[in-house]
Ligand binder design. Sequence first.
Ligand code: GRF
Length: 217
Amino acid sequence: MTQNSDKKKLVALVSGGGSNLAAITERIDGGDINGEVVAVISSNAEAFALTRARERGIPAYVCARKDYENNEARDREILRIVREHNADYILLAGYLGIISPFLIDAYPYKIVNIHPALLPKFGGKGFFGIHVHEAVIAAGEKESGATVHFVDSGTDTGLIIAQRSLKVLEEDTPHSLQQRILSNIEHKLFPEVVRALCNNEIKVENGKVIFKDGNFK
Ligand code: GRF
């Protein structure tokens, strides 16, 4: 249940289907996330995540790299939108863009990403979408999973908030592994972290993530 009336304002950055966004808005509808998605910004005009946002009446924006001179110019516009909506947190929910340092500095420990692998393994340049799962299978990993982390200036290198794993099955293909991680882990783990953030249960002290009750369930 909602813990207090001071709802956190969440801006989601997306590039694709937006199933993680949908998992979060479902939990908001269910009343156990003390927050609201106040805007959705997509790097891709065709992203289905935009349709999901518009259907819910959430202001939806497109900030495609090709419409700007460089990353910085695009991120200045993203920062403008995020500020206009008084965001408390920026959620990278399947966002494929690289975030400029000035945007990270403007929202220290307020930008959160979900990555479909057990970081620090299978993260960084080139590890996105199906490529992550192809690499996991090619490496013969016995386990994979997902990681929710704060965003820093590296790619997939920020402080880890939570991780959950599952077994890689003999018969798994990159696609089946991707789907199982999405539905069995990502769609639960990301909303749980968002719930905890919105209840002020997570803070960072001396470069470490601290949970209010000692542990993340
Ligand atoms: C997810 O696997 C997420 O971890 C990754 O991109 C995918 C996005 O899926 N960063 P969706 O757009 O939330 O459906």
